[in-house]
Design a protein. Sequence first.
Length: 281
Amino acid sequence: MKLSVCVPTYNHEQYIGQMLDGALMQQTSFDFEIVIGDDASTDATPDIIREYSAKKPGVSTRGTIQAFLHSENQGPKEPREFAGRNNVLQLLKACKGEYVAMCEGDDYWTDPFKLQKQVDFLDHNPDFAVCHHNMEVIYEDGSPSHFFNAPDQKAVSTIEDLLEDKWFMATASWVYRNHFLTEDFAEWHAKAAAGDWAIMFQLAAKGKIGYLSDVMGVYRKHSAGLSNVHAHTNFRFLQNRKEMFRNVGKWLDGRYDATVTRTVHRYDELLAGLEKIGSSN
C-alpha cells in the first residue's frame, strides 16, 4: 500500500462527511486506504462512517475505508490534556502505507491532487521525512478566516526549528514516511500531552520537513477542539510541554542542548508568570 490516510474522530457528525468526501475525491496514481477510528462518539459519527464504508468507491477514487468503531472510549479519561491519545496511537499503528497522511475528523481537504503532490515530493526527495502545506483556518464563531502559514514560511525546516518551539504545520497537512511501521513510539511519547508534537519530533529526527505553499485544505477551530485545552494559560499543560522538550533533548543525546535549554527557560518564565497571576487572585 502506497499511502494510508489516518483519521481520528470523536463527535464529529457535523464534519466527518466533508472530511471523507475530501479524501475520497483524491486523484492519485496509487491506491490508498482511509484508516478511521471513532473513539466511541455519542452522536451520529459512527453511523455516517458506516454509510461511507458501505458505498463502493467512485470511478475516480482509489481509496478504500478501514473503520475502527470503538464501543468504549479508548481514553485516557484523565488528564484531559491527553484526550483521544490511545485512539490516535492505535490508528497510527494500523496504517500500513509507505506514507501516512493525517486528517482529523473535523478538518478537510479541498485540492483533489493534494496526496499526489505530496507523495511526488517525498518520492523525489528521499532525505525528507515529512511534507506539509498551507491550510485555510476557519472559525466556528465566525471570526475571520486566515491562512495557517505566513508568506515567509520556510520551504525546508528541521528538528531544530521544532526544538525552538516553532509550530508551522497544520496536522491535516502532513504526509510523512511511515516510520512507525517498523519502529515503536519513543518512550517519552506516552508522557507528552501535545501528541502532534511528539509524533513530529520522532519523524523530524529521521529527515527534513518540506513545505508546499499550495492551500489544499481547511483547518477548523471550534469550542470542542483540543487546542482550547492545550492553551498557554493552562499551567499543567505548560509544565508538561516543558518536560517534553527536556525529554526530547535527552532522547537526541544532547546534540541540541543549547536550543533545548533556551526553550525550557522560556517555559520557566511563562510558568512563573502564571504562578504570579494565580497568587495575586
